[in-house]
Each structure stands twice: as structure tokens, then as C-alpha cells.
Write a protein that binds this ligand. Structure first.
Ligand code: SAM
Ligand code: SF4
Length: 339
């Protein structure tokens, strides 16, 4: 593990026109996935042609440019990052960047039994594993193809690998898994790992349901949790959208990510890069900059890439407007956006 342990005041050169400092990127390493979760993908997916996808070398150059500009935290996501061929090469390179303080990965866990230890050794500090049900049939219904058993083995392997932090992500949807809120929380807390409940976002059309009918507010999820646990708002704040609660009698925490009912844009510190090299300034808007064109230009230099990223900060919109009137919702599905 070669990540810098320098936790002194980081200085990012990336500041948007509302004065928000960007020190966190989510880098999507593939749009492909071995699952087809109902809230994220349609059943029949067409993935990007290879030529449109950034190479591992290009992804590294993007990560490096952001770190050179003061970004201290990179989350690798997708699609499913662990289905990208030779992804470990990229992860090792990023893990060696001096200046990077945290390298994180979000995964569906299906291959984590094999990858947990190599990821830890490559410098990944924290890992998020998505799990929406503890019932094998239901798990399959939600992921359309996933095997619960494999994900549970993956979580055990992640615990054994000794990451600084493991967090489970659960999207709660009416008609699918709304009766599993307490069970999922117990599963996490009993293992001393955190769990975040995420509201389903209207990104692209879900083909199996109408999102307005399935979306559960986190206020409702919290009420259900409070029938079993004593929750108190935590002072702890990570550089992300989660709001944490401490749970009496447990060492790990329950978090709420509420993009639909709670607008957290005011202190947004992050941007996303899609695997096509599109720098997306906001999850819920289309403002973007084409980094691939710069990477593939004949006169490419790292300096030009950095200059484009700095210039793009002016495009970051003030906030997102899910379900608010008169706003065009993004047509991007989450696997294209990078979760
Ligand atoms: N494949 C990995 C995984 O599932 O963890 C990483 C990518 S996935 C797009 C990242 C996160 O986005 C997952 O936790 C998933 O549950 C969440 N997600 C996907 N589509 C969503 C949606 N429409 N609303 C809310 N969360 C969503
Ligand atoms: Fe794949 Fe993750 Fe999307 Fe599920 S949420 S389909 S695992 S990218």
C-alpha cells in the first residue's frame, strides 16, 4: 500500500463558481456488468463499443490529472468495476499516486471472494458492496441474474481482508424489498460494518416498474429502523452525500443517502467521469466536458488535460432537480453515470 498518509489540509485547485471545492472523483471504469439490477439497467442492454471506452492507460491519465489538481479521493465504479479486464493494473497504478489519500471501490460483490485481498494490497482503503436482499430468490429478482451466496462470500472475504471501512449499499423499493430494512441493517451491524440506505433515483427509465411507485423515502426507512434500533444523528461526516446515524449498542453506523428527498448539493465536493471520458459535473444534470477528445488529440499533453478539467468547474450546476416540475430528467442509466 503506497497511498500517501499525509492527512494535512489538502489544497484542491478545483473550485466551482459557487465556491465549492472539488476534491473527490468517481471514475467509472466500465459500463458493463454481470448483474442487471432493476433500478439500474434494462433487461436487454447494449453496451458501448470498445473504441468509445477509455483504455486503462487513459483512465489512469484522468485519475492522475485530478490528483495533480488536488483531488484526494477517487472512487472506482461502473458498471461493475471488477468485470473490466486487467482492472487490477489500473488500481495498482492509481494506488501508487502520491497525493491520493483514499482509493475506494463500489462493487456488486459477486467476485469479491477472489478480489478482496488483491484490492486491499493494491491500496484500496474502503469498499462499498451493494446488497438489496438477504433472500436468494428476491436477490435474483432484483439483480435479475445475481447469486446471493456469492455476494455473501464476497462480503466475508472483504471483512477478512481488513479494509479501513466496509459499507453496504441498499436501495429500498416498495414491492421489492421494503420489508427487509431491519434485516439488512442487522446483518451489517452484527458484522461491525456500516450500511447506507439509498433512495432510488430517476436516472433513465426502469423497464420493470414505474419509479414513482417504488421509491421509498429515507424518512420512511428511518421510521422503520427506529422500531428496532435507537438511532442518533452522528457528527461524523465523510466527504460524500451520506448522513450518518449512530446506533445504540453497535459500533458501526447506519447512513442515509437521500438524493430525492434531501437536496445535498450545497456542499457537493465531487464530479464523475464516465467510461467514455465525459466529465459529468452533476449526477442529476447533463453539464459535461469531453475529456476523451483531449486525451485522443494528436497534440495531447497532461497540461492540456488539467487545463480542461479546471475550466470545466465553471459548468458545475448549482443543484439537481429530481421530480421537480419543468426539469428534463437525465436519460442516462446509472451504469453509464458511474454510481
Ligand atoms: N456495480 C457496482 C455496484 O452495484 O455497487 C457499482 C456501480 S452501481 C451503478 C453503484 C451504486 O448505484 C449501487 O449501490 C447501486 O445500488 C446504485 N444505483 C444504481 N442505480 C440506482 C438508481 N436508479 N437509484 C439509486 N441508486 C442506484
Ligand atoms: Fe450492475 Fe451495479 Fe447497476 Fe447492479 S447497480 S446492474 S450491479 S452496475
Amino acid at each position: 500500500m503506497t497511498l500517501s498518509s499525509n492527512k494535512t489540509e489538502p489544497t484542491t485547485l478545483l473550485v466551482d463558481k459557487f465556491g465549492r471545492r472539488v476534491d473527490y472523483i468517481r471514475l467509472s471504469v466500465t459500463d458493463r456488468c454481470d448483474f442487471r439490477c432493476v433500478y439500474c439497467m434494462t433487461e436487454e442492454m447494449t453496451f458501448l463499443p470498445r473504441a468509445q471506452v477509455l483504455s486503462l492507460e487513459e483512465l489512469y491519465l484522468v485519475g492522475k490529472a485530478f490528483v495533480d489538481l488536488g483531488v484526494t479521493k477517487i472512487r472506482l465504479t461502473g458498471g461493475e468495476p471488477l468485470v473490466r479486464t486487467n482492472v487490477m493494473t489500473l488500481i495498482k497504478q492509481l494506488g501508487s499516486l502520491s497525493g491520493l489519500q483514499e482509493l475506494l471501490l463500489t462493487t456488486n460483490g459477486a467476485q469479491l471472494d477472489k478480489y478482496a485481498l488483491p484490492l486491499r494490497e493494491a491500496g484500496v482503503n474502503r469498499i462499498n458492496v451493494s446488497i438489496d436482499s438477504l433472500d436468494a430468490d428476491r436477490f435474483k429478482r432484483i439483480s435479475r441474474v445475481g447469486k446471493l451466496e456469492k455476494v455473501l462470500q464476497g462480503i466475508d472475504a472483504a471483512i477478512a481482508a481488513g479494509f479501513d471501512k466496509i459499507k453496504l449499499n441498499s436501495v429500498i423499493m416498495r414491492g421489492y424489498n421494503e420489508d427487509e430494512v431491519v434485516g439488512l441493517a442487522e446483518y451489517a451491524l452484527d458484522r461491525d460494518i456500516d450500511i447506507a440506505f439509498i433512495e432510488e433515483m430517476p436516472l433513465g427509465d426502469a423497464s420493470d416498474h414505474a419509479r414513482e411507485e417504488t421509491t421509498c423515502s429515507n424518512a420512511w426507512v428511518r421510521e422503520v429502523l427506529e422500531t428496532r434500533f435507537q438511532l442518533s444523528d452522528s457528527e461524523a461526516k465523510t466527504a460524500g452525500p451520506s448522513r450518518y446515524t449512530d446506533v445504540a449498542g453497535y459500533s458501526s453506523r447506519i447512513a442515509f443517502i437521500s438524493p430525492v428527498t434531501h437536496n445535498f448539493c450545497e456542499d457537493c465536493n465531487r464530479v464523475r467521469v464516465t467510461v467514455e471520458g465525459r466529465l459529468l459535473l452533476c449526477l442529476g444534470n447533463e453539464h459535461s466536458m469531453d475529456l476523451r477528445a483531449i486525451l485522443r488529440a494528436e497534440d495531447f499533453t497532461e497540461e492540456k488535460l488539467r487545463a480542461a478539467i479546471v475550466a470545466a468547474m465553471d459548468l458545475k450546476p448549482e443543484r439537481h432537480y429530481f421530480y421537480e416540475k419543468d426539469y428534463a430528467q437525465p436519460v442516462r442509466l446509472m451504469n453509464m453515470t458511474g454510481g
